[in-house]
Ligand binder design. Structure first.
Ligand SMILES: [Zn+2]
Length: 156
């Protein structure tokens, strides 16, 4: 049945307010789970490699976004990462004064993608683009396979 009335404002539409109890479970995916398992067990970052274009990606992913083929090869990143971009914030999510906290996109030489995380520096002005950094991880027994297993990155 077509709507015969012309509604000029969204608030004029007939509606009701209610709630639907839903529960969501998102999986990390096959490659995401491998990445998390490597982080949890061995404290290392796992990258996936494309056999066709030879690009590597971190965090590990299942398909190459350039070639659209499945990437079955992986390698761990042993070298320090570097600061690709960063910002310093002085407020928390609710707007309360907090910090300063420096957040950075950490990339790795020859690898596409990266990890956004806290950068542990005493003085935000000491951060430079390209600065070599290493991760600070939780103790192995406390790691759960989440990105929060990484406490922060720090200058190498
Ligand atoms: Zn590729």
């Amino acid at each position: 049945m077509p709507i015969l009335e012309k509604i000029s404002q969204a608030s004029q539409a007939r509606h009701w307010t209610d709630s639907i109890p839903l529960e969501f479970h998102y999986t990390a995916g096959v490659a995401g789970e491998e990445f998390r398992r490597e982080l949890k067990r061995n404290g290392r970052f796992l990258a996936s490699e494309c056999s066709k274009c030879k690009n590597s990606y971190v965090p590990a992913r299942m398909f190459c976004p350039s070639c659209f083929i499945e990437m079955k090869e992986t390698r761990t990143l042993e070298e320090p990462g570097y600061v690709y971009s960063y910002t310093t914030v002085n407020r928390n999510r609710t707007g309360e004064p907090n910090g300063p906290v420096t957040l950075a996109l950490i990339r790795f030489e020859g690898v596409k993608g990266g990890i956004v995380h806290k950068l542990n520096v005493s003085e935000p002005s000491s951060v430079t683009f390209g600065m070599k950094v290493v991760s600070i991880l939780k103790e192995a027994s406390a790691r759960t396979g989440a990105l929060t297993d990484i406490l922060a990155f720090k200058p190498a």
